[in-house]
Design a protein around this ligand. Structure first.
Ligand SMILES: Cc1cc2nc3c(=O)[nH]c(=O)nc-3n(C[C@H](O)[C@H](O)[C@H](O)COP(=O)(O)O)c2cc1C
Length: 199
């Protein structure tokens, strides 16, 4: 049944290091009662077993990172090009690409919408919805920097996966949460996993 007032967000996980970040973003949004449309690229699906112990596929990775699979998260693969986020007529509040590979960054900067991830991000840009891009590469080539500039000028928020240390994260997961929380905030949603400074 179509829920008129339900908030929706799109989260794309691409084949860069740090797939846990996108999963954590999805978990924080789900806890904030947002319906999450999560798109996993083919490359991300191949990187998941290398980064998330014991997870053979995306669904297992969500279970491993979040402890349980929230009912308001749906997972799509990048070839599912006719899924709801492919059309501007499907309303979502915001999208994050976390982590964003340099390949996806480049395709989006050039308008090559050949999969559901780039198409949904293009929809976010053209419909003037929030798009948060979390580019993961180091060091950066000038081509990467120029693609980020292009997307920034088109309205995207460029949010590199830079850990905050002032909350004294104890584990790699805690450190990833500091990034995920900033992404959720930049998407315009509330999160209660990481404390705001001064509170
Ligand atoms: C273990 C591993 C780690 C990778 N890490 C990165 C990365 O941090 N950033 C990046 O841009 N590409 C990285 N790549 C390369 C991308 O996975 C590759 O360019 C892929 O085609 C990206 O596809 P996608 O953007 O559709 O997910 C990595 C590849 C492997 C196998």
């Amino acid at each position: 049944m179509y829920a008129m007032n339900k908030k929706r967000a799109v989260v794309a996980v691409t084949g860069a290091s740090g797939v846990t970040i996108g999963i954590r973003v999805s978990g924080m949004l789900a806890r904030a009662d947002v319906d999450v449309y999560c798109i996993v690229s083919d490359a991300a699906a191949r990187i998941i077993p290398a980064e998330i112990r014991g997870a053979a596929d995306a669904r297992a990775a969500f279970d491993a990172v979040l402890g349980e699979f929230p009912a308001n998260i749906r997972i799509f693969d990048e070839r599912n090009f006719d899924a709801p986020p492919a059309s501007g007529s499907f309303k979502f509040e915001a999208m994050a690409i976390a982590p964003c590979s340099m390949k996806t960054l480049g395709k989006l900067a050039c308008g090559i919408a050949d999969n559901l991830i780039v198409r949904a991000a293009e929809v976010a840009l053209k419909e003037r919805r929030r798009l948060v891009v979390c580019p993961r590469e180091t060091p950066l080539a000038l081509t990467h920097i120029r693609n980020m500039e292009t997307l920034c000028m088109a309205g995207a928020v460029i949010l590199p996966p830079a850990i905050s240390f002032y909350g004294e994260p104890k584990t790699a997961g805690d450190a990833a949460d500091t990034i995920a929380a900033r992404i959720v905030q930049s998407m315009g949603f509330e999160q209660d996993t990481v404390k705001e400074w001064g509170l």
